[in-house]
Design a protein around this ligand. Structure first.
Ligand code: KIV
Ligand code: ZN
Length: 514
């Protein structure tokens, strides 16, 4: 059995099913390109039958990715499989990933089908997919709650019909590592033809065990792991790619397997996914969190100074985490700025660099000390919002103990200047009401959250806003030294995303995929 573990990234499909994490086609393309450069083996680009938008974005990614296999997800229905085949056919290495539920509870309540009908669908769907592409993956949705004998019969049917990869998802995050590893061992030992295919793990994090379960599956014989950047995904998310990759690297003694991931790129990719989805990375997130390599206590700091290995099992630079330096200020020149941006992973053309430099100077005027995190927030915000239909031009707010709190906002909406005043129950409410006056919409506010980008009272505030309109949920994020300005920009960013996403039909989540 090979010692290569394939990394199957599903940030763009299962990750996107996280409410509020929907991405535009251009954003998906940007992430797909970064995943390809990272070295993932398979990119699950979307669920083509779920909407025209998803179909088009899978097609665009298929035509663009250079190295990785590009997979599309498909239910077992012939129409869905045909649509999926159409979407991935332009890829250098196309894959159809078809699935059907196999547990009693799913067959009875979700599919309303008898087991023998499901078994027939397994063979038919895999055969139909094999008529379109050579590389077919089959998944038993809710495999870990499936009767084991029935699961074995389904796996055997899928192998006979031509599937090259068999995925055994822990769809509801129910399994324990020992059980999950043992399930792989048993399937691989007992199902005829199992030695001809690659077994794959796909774990959800409902009990916080997704990474542990994925590693147990590898120990049990799985040679593909399905995961997402930052562990993004609906409910508690999927197994985090960066954690699996680094666990395999750091503990080679326990699990002697290789991936092809260029780990130095992990932090930038984490930040890219966070910027695009608007989902902040928690400070103590393993591998890519801001505090993942910080040592506060005196005893730890002392040990670190004597020998970093006293408290560090990997080096921050191994995963692309730089040390936070006091980097720039008002007097920093264009050349230093360009070099610093390059160190942080931003390669800009001359015009974009000139624009970024102006924004940096504006920030340095407001904020004496400009840290790496400030520059990242500045760059990510400008890259994310440059093409937005609605832009915040100016904001005036009256706040304080003696109400009423009021706001006046100037927006540019499709190139037209619009001004609107409003009152509110506090300054943030007044700002959001003013935006509603300027641009009428019905979206409901699901989340308003403020974090400081760095320390100190002059730190930039990073605000996340999540809005819901109809079935569409979108998150916007913005940073500014003025918390109220950041709030206005984050709200408008979420609104822009709602507009961009409203063209898409029902998403995969609405179609009941695990
Ligand atoms: O969690 C799950 O079961 C899935 C399948 C559709 C692969 O995402
Ligand atoms: Zn899943």
């Amino acid at each position: 059995m090979s010692n290569h573990v394939r990394i199957f990234d599903t940030t763009l499909r299962d990750g996107e099913q996280s409410p509020g994490a929907a991405m535009t086609a251009a954003e998906k393309l940007e992430i797909a390109q970064a995943l390809d450069t990272l070295g993932v083996d398979v990119i699950e680009a979307g669920f083509p039958a779920s909407s025209n938008g998803d179909f088009e974005s899978v097609r665009a990614i298929a035509g663009f990715v250079e190295h990785a296999v590009v997979a599309g997800l498909s239910r077992a229905a012939p129409k869905d499989i045909a649509r999926c085949g159409e979407a991935v056919k332009g890829a250098r290495r196309p894959r159809i990933h078809t699935f059907i539920s196999t547990s009693d509870i799913h067959m009875k309540h979700k599919l309303q089908m008898q087991p023998h009908q499901v078994l027939e669908m397994v063979a038919q769907s895999v055969a139909a997919a094999r008529n379109l592409v050579d590389d077919v993956e089959w998944s038993a949705e809710d495999a870990t709650r499936t009767d084991k004998d029935f699961l074995k019969r389904c796996v055997e049917a899928a192998i006979r019909a031509g599937a090259g990869t068999i995925n055994i998802p822990d769809t509801v995050g129910y399994s324990f590592p020992e059980e999950y590893g043992a399930l792989f061992r048993e399937l691989i030992e007992s199902v005829p033809g199992a030695d001809q295919v690659v077994f794959s793990a796909h774990c959800h994090n409902d009990l916080g065990l997704a990474v542990a379960n994925s590693l147990a599956a590898v120990a049990g014989g799985a040679r593909q792991v399905e995961c997402t950047i930052n562990g993004l995904g609906e409910r508690a998310g999927n197994a985090a790619l960066e954690e699996i990759v680094m666990a395999l690297r750091v503990r080679k003694d326990a699990l002697p397997y290789e991936t092809r991931i260029d780990a130095h790129r992990l932090t930038r990719l984490s930040q890219l996914v966070s910027r695009v989805t608007g989902f902040p990375v928690q400070y103590n997130k393993a591998i890519v969190g801001k505090n993942a390599f910080s040592h506060e206590s005196g005893i730890h700091q002392d040990g670190m100074l004597k020998n970093a290995q006293t408290y560090e099992i990997m080096r921050p630079e191994d995963v692309g985490q730089g040390h936070t330096n006091l980097v720039m200020g008002k007097l920093s020149g264009r050349h230093a700025f360009k070099t610093k941006l390059r160190d942080l992973g931003y390669e800009l053309a001359d015009n974009a660099l000139a624009d970024a430099f102006v924004r940096f100077k504006e920030l340095a005027d407001k904020k004496r000390q400009v840290f790496d995190e400030d520059l990242i927030a500045l760059m990510d915000a400008s890259l994310a919002h440059a093409a937005d239909a609605i832009q915040v031009r100016r904001l005036r707010v009256v706040a304080g103990t003696d109400g009423p709190q009021t706001a006046e906002i100037d927006l540019t909406i499709d190139g037209q200047e619009v001004w609107a005043p409003a009152r509110g129950n506090g300054p943030v409410d007044a700002i959001f009401n003013a935006i509603k006056q300027a641009y009428a919409h019905e979206a409901a506010l699901l989340l308003y959250q403020v974090n400081a980008v760095t320390e100190g009272t002059d730190a930039q505030a990073e605000v996340s806003v999540r809005l819901k309109q109809g079935d569409c949920v979108a998150t916007g994020r913005a940073a500014d030294p003025d918390t109220l300005v950041a709030s206005a920009k984050a709200y408008v960013a979420a609104l822009n995303r709602l507009i961009a996403l409203s063209q898409r039909g029902p998403d995969a989540q609405a179609m009941g995929v695990g």
